[in-house]
Design a protein around this ligand. Sequence first.
Ligand code: NAD
Ligand code: ZN
Ligand code: ZN
Length: 380
Amino acid sequence: LAMNFRGPYQIRPDRNRPMPEIEHPYDAIVRVTRSLVCGSDLHLYHGLVPDTRVGMTFGHEFTGIVEEIGSGVQNLEVGDHVLVPFNIACGTCPFCKQELYGNCHEANSEATAVGGFFGYAHTGGGYDGGQAEYVRVPYADVSPIKIPEGMDIEDAVLLTDVVPTGYQAAEQAGIQKGDTVVVFGAGPIGIMAARCAWFFGAGRVIIIDHIDYRLEFAKKYSYCEAYNFKEMNDPVVFVKKLTDWYGADVCIDAVGCEAVGHGLQDITGRMLLQAGSGTALHWAVNSLKKGGILSIIGVYGPPWNLAPIGSIMNKGITVRANQASVKRLLPKLIDHVMSGRLNPKGIISHRIPLEEVSDAYRMFSKKLDNIIKPLLIPPR
Ligand code: NAD
Ligand code: ZN
Ligand code: ZN
């Protein structure tokens, strides 16, 4: 059983999918125990990522039990219960050596500008993902790790993406003590970024979205202020007012490319807000103070080149962006989870059988039933 992409907005469970096989000595086959649907999967679902081929299985956030290993695999044994970072990384190329595991040069032969990812179209290397019963894990010695003893499986599965990604969003933002941090997007990634901003000494954390139940959740989970942009005339003016008209020290874009516009105009009356127009990105740049830092963690597929470069240049803004480097951050984040400083599983709102994967995507895309983060449970 595996989720199967049939085209934008069309997802089906495939009950006849053949078992994946070892294709290379460094592969492992993993029987999935839990997987998650991510906002990044929604970009695929909405048809915003090039070369998303019919028949593909998505899913880059999963845990599982090692079922089989290739002859070259040394760090894993059959039966190990592992968490598998969403980046596929060779561990030896110049970028992996710099711990840029989200930018591996070897894991993606399809498009050298993009790293390798499970279940992320041929843009991400063409690997099938873990919203399935079984998945092939390449370079199995490099990224997967045994789930630490005593760790809840629901915490473990969130360490494959959401926790490191939210953390990296705050880390790369270069937050200084007392800074005002504005996070655009109150999905799992924005909520985790807002939560982690406090680790770096933020003085004030503000999250902006248009979905009230998410804003309410963010207030409690991330201890931040939360505002609905539908209740503002202009989000940029709103942030400026909150910051003595200087602008925020740091803005985090936790939205990425979007399938829907929000029907608002920017201050010049220009319709910035068409689908895929980078609304949050523009709001973030314009809300920053001069010399501020923009951290982009929301995903823009390679064709989305939307940067408002005039404002960036004239305000002297530093832009920091990347795919999260999960393996680099895991040791620290495991410690945060085991010591109780972070409670990742608190963001899981729905536990859904893998057979109902189409419903999970529909609900998550439309933000129905107060959904924050859906967990998929494979049979047995
Ligand atoms: P999500 O869809 O659950 O959340 C996105 C939120 O943004 C929604 O609540 C939506 O209402 C809100 N939003 C939409 N337009 C907005 C705007 N103009 N201003 C403010 N908020 C707006 O998704 P998620 O799982 O939280 O993921 C968020 C982003 O992070 C996605 O782009 C995803 O691809 C990306 N991501 C990046 C990485 C990485 O390594 N860089 C990893 C995982 C996810
Ligand atoms: Zn993800
Ligand atoms: Zn590499």
